[in-house]
Design a binder for this molecule. Sequence first.
Ligand code: MG
Length: 272
Amino acid sequence: MKKLYIIVILFFIVMVSCKMKVKKEIDSAGEKANDVIVNSEYSEIEPTKPEETEFYEPVVPVVGPATNGKIPSDAIILFDGSNLDGWISAKDSTAAKWHLNPNGSMTVNDKTGNIQTKQNFGSMQLHIEWNSPVEVQREGQNRANSGVFLNGMYEVQVLDNNDNDTYVNGQVASIYKQHVPLAMASVPSGEWNSYDIIYHAPEFNAEGAKIKSGTLTVLHNGVLVQDHVEIKGTTPYIGWPKNPAHGKGPLILQDHRDNSRVSYRNIWIREL
Ligand code: MG
């Protein structure tokens, strides 16, 4: 009897740890009591009918897919190679002075400064392609250095890292000086790389204090290199991350001011 008592107690401990409990339910005849398991997390009695766990709302929007080089049907095109109309100088808001190329790309115009979108964005899915020159110049951080700044302040590093070592939290596809990439997935210099980035903006309270960190997920040429990492703040060359309160901001592309000759093409976003 004592043994049976211990077994019953152990059974209930297991059920509680599984967030479940046993409930007596009278069958349709109103006589026989059956033991049924209740999942307290969902307040549902098992077993259910299939329809009880199937939902029809919210209705999912139909989006044309980004296959075979196409752009999703709900994407905002930031650069398609035809002009620089959507971009301005980050320094003085004058027209962007980067080179527009006949092949549908644009190239950093050395020492003319960063460029940014006219439009501001918050959380987004971003697609952007870039390449570094075939003829390499210099080394380390001075070889085809550029960068993609989400919200105008969080840099995903662009760098020619082929046979070019540098500090790993500043190498290609790093969140600059915050997160080392999970892999180095660059194509040969001169070929086109792609970044697909999921950015969730941080949140701030009315007093300007950060109450929720932003996150970044990055695929470099289809390879996961940043897996939902926490943005610790701004990504400066000198100093620690800062956390100024902000709302939406522009997408910024970097002129590293060392004749990087990095080119970009096919830039689009989907707002999240
Ligand atoms: Mg950079």
